[in-house]
Design a protein around this ligand. Sequence first.
Ligand code: TXA
Ligand code: MG
Length: 349
Amino acid sequence: MNTTQWSVDKNVDKILKYPQIEQAAQLLREGKTVAFPTETVYGLGADATSDQAVQGIFEAKGRPSDNPLIVHISSKKQLHDIVEHVDNQAGKLIEQFWPGPLTLIFKKKEGVFSDLVTAGLDTVGIRMPDHPVALSIIEAAGKPIAAPSANRSGKPSPTSADHVYHDLHGRIAGIVDGGETGVGVESTVLDCTVTPPAILRPGGVSYEEIVECIGYAVIDPSVEEQIEKPRSPGMKYTHYAPTAPLFVTKGSDKWLQETIISFQQTGKKVGVMATVETISHLHADFLVACGSEEDLSTTAHSLYDSIRAFDNEAVDIILAQSVEPTGIGAAIMNRLVKAAGHKWLTENE
Ligand code: TXA
Ligand code: MG
């Protein structure tokens, strides 16, 4: 498949009038797949109302068909045409966090979406992204747009058009390059069909911010555990994994340095990823500084690019230093632990 590429400056005025936007929207209306930036990660969009279009997403990504997709809209009022009921609590969350990195699960209206979008569930995840390129493409397409992250299934999500190109060129109809994404990890998925609302995936809006807005929320047990039947089907698959095995580490800088050396003594080339404060004390075969302890949103922003960087280096093992799991740190740790397939190295163990 020929992959058309466009570039658009997200800061221009009247972005909706740009020919790149109209051409990308035209492909979506024709039932094709187009990748575009959102504030979290790049999404691979297709018309959420068309079986054939949505099938294209699953094929391009190699995504298991029992993992439902998030539907993206360009205005709050669109929501009422596609879901059954928006209660006061959801209303408050929308008021505060949309457009933004919060996906809300609602009972879907029958007959709107392709069954492939929802993987046969009677609920659907909806979000309004906070990115002028995404919003204008969705508006110009005139349809709700299903859009998972635009990576091959199992790989880290793309935070630049280069990442998308690497994973999907030749497999999708178009890529709109709008520069690097901001947040760097995906949206928070919150199930509003249960009381109290349950976080199914930590992301760009923190647990603390949700509680501050509506007074309560729980973190679904599937987020922390590897349980048999998670409520968010995406939870059970390998995710975000680099080529070399990755371990999450927890311990002092001195212990981490000793751990690096002991792997090197067995002939292994060791890659390490940590905040700039920690990295500056370490020696290893390949070092990646990923954000700063002073502000973990910088770590989230660089997380996937950092994980991808190891695929270009001949390392045998990757050690990724854990961060404090509060605020955006909860999403960072969730992705790191998955990238590691739950493998930890801990001081004193
Ligand atoms: O930031 C994001 O959310 C990105 C950008 C592109 O918007 N999109 C994204 O989509 O991450 P995706 O499809 O890769 O993630 C969908 C997540 C999965 O964990 C899936 O299981 C869950 O949302 N999900 C979707 N619909 C659901 C539903 N009806 N019930 C429970 N979980 C659902
Ligand atoms: Mg994804």
